[in-house]
Design a protein around this ligand. Sequence first.
Ligand SMILES: [Zn+2]
Length: 236
Amino acid sequence: MSELILIDPGHGGKDPGGGSNQYWKEKDLVLKISLYQYKRFKELGYPVKLTRDKDVYLSPAVRTSIVKNSGAKYCISNHINAGGGDGVETIHSIYADDKLAKMLADAIVSEGQNLRRVFTRTLPYNSKQDYYYMHRDTGAVNTTIIEYGFADSKRDDVEQLLKQWENYAEAVVKAFCKHVGHPYKSPKKEEKKVKIQSQSKIDTNQILYLAQILHQEGEGTGKGKWALQQLKKELT
Ligand SMILES: [Zn+2]
């Protein structure tokens, strides 16, 4: 049986998130990413839930209790970074191995993003506790925080996130399916609109040539009559 994945769009409501800039608010971009992933897991027949599906504020206590009580085995917490770096980061709990976190980061890298780091962090005064509450207070749920890139990057993250967020979101879905052994299919691509070449393509050079003859010869001559006939053929 497939085990539930919970997708957590970070921030929301009165908390826009630090990974915001002139183009987006972190809470909105991570909601877009999360709703996309939710839709894709549904399509793939994998059990999925969201911590929020609209622009609402969830306090850390509420958010972690949703995660803890969701019955999920996995949680992916989607974020956009800030602080002037560049590249993707994934963060796993000190109580989880780095396998899934590495796979998710590698998947985003395979879509053109650069890797900043895959890491884990403890409280400064307690090496037995995770630094991030999404790890510390979410019980046995295997939570991975994904920072897709930096909102204030001096390099290419802003452009990449604007253009590639959907590919990064998809890469995470694909890598997760691989991790849990769930069959994966690429999303349906929009059918390419094939331009059907017109069968009755008008040959302008031929028309100009015939018109010139008609003009020079006039309708009275044999050559002129022929040119007129040919012209009618060309134009009907
Ligand atoms: Zn965030």
